[in-house]
Design a protein around this ligand. Structure first.
Ligand code: ZN
Ligand code: ZN
Length: 239
């Protein structure tokens, strides 16, 4: 399985990650990736990037070290209404936005409330994908989340890092994969790298996708060409 875009990476601007944007770009190039999304944590997480980070990214070239850099952010979901931590004017300027629940930002709640948080975040036109939705720390009604992604033409992230570091994800992520396959819901695959060495590390996710015979055409991050098509669709959506 060839996956040439990493849709979720962090730099030192996240406050708790270890590499610069240049280091991430160099490793992306070394791994043979065509593109990567720079998605530092939004301001709602302690030490996260300031809300104007997207404006800073706008000033940079599209191509870094031969690899396309896509300007994004990993928004923090703040409540079960799906509110996020970046003002609209900055979301407007982004190219790709992940919305995630993090345990130092939003407390664990009931399955209903956790599900509502993800579903409502997906209703936000600027949000492209829910990040690590299989995180067992926030159990959700998986089918409802997948249905919401379908309804709003959004994406589900299969986060490779989760398989190793979010205990229990080896059970929940395959459930997302099976439902996305059954319901024709598109996905992204990401490393969630917090250091350049992990950029483009998709092994665990790829293994799980292969085990389920997941169709490549539903993986928008399979190539820069496929991802660019999605970004065009997104541009129309947020107009
Ligand atoms: Zn996250
Ligand atoms: Zn992350």
């Amino acid at each position: 399985m060839k996956l040439l875009v990493d849709t979720h990476t962090h730099t030192v601007a996240s406050g708790h990650a270890y590499s610069t944007l240049r280091e991430n770009a160099l490793f992306a190039a070394k791994k043979g990736l065509e593109a990567f999304c720079c998605t530092d944590h939004g301001p709602g997480i302690e030490g996260g990037a300031p809300d104007f980070i997207i404006s800073v990214l706008q000033g940079l070239p599209d191509i870094l070290e031969g690899v396309r850099m896509i300007r994004g952010c990993e928004l923090n979901i703040l409540d079960s209404e799906g509110n996020v931590d970046l003002p609209e004017k900055y979301m407007q300027r982004s190219e790709f936005l992940i919305a995630s629940m993090h345990d130092i930002v939003i407390p664990q709640d009931t399955v209903e409330k956790n599900t509502a948080a993800l579903v409502n975040a997906l209703r936000n036109k600027y949000v492209d994908v829910v990040g690590h939705p299989g995180n067992p720390h926030y159990p959700v009604h998986i089918e409802e989340v997948v249905d919401a992604a379908k309804k709003y033409d959004k994406l589900i992230e299969i986060n490779s890092h989760s398989f190793l570091h979010r205990k229990g994800s080896d059970k929940t992520c395959p459930q997302f994969i099976r439902l996305c396959k059954r319901k024709d819901v598109r996905i992204t695959v990401s490393s969630d790298a917090h250091a350049c060495y992990n950029v483009g590390n998709f092994e665990e996710a790829a293994r799980a996708l292969e085990a389920e015979g997941f169709p490549e055409e539903l993986i928008v991050s399979r190539s820069l060409g496929a991802f660019t098509e999605y970004l065009k669709e997104r541009e129309k959506r947020i107009k």
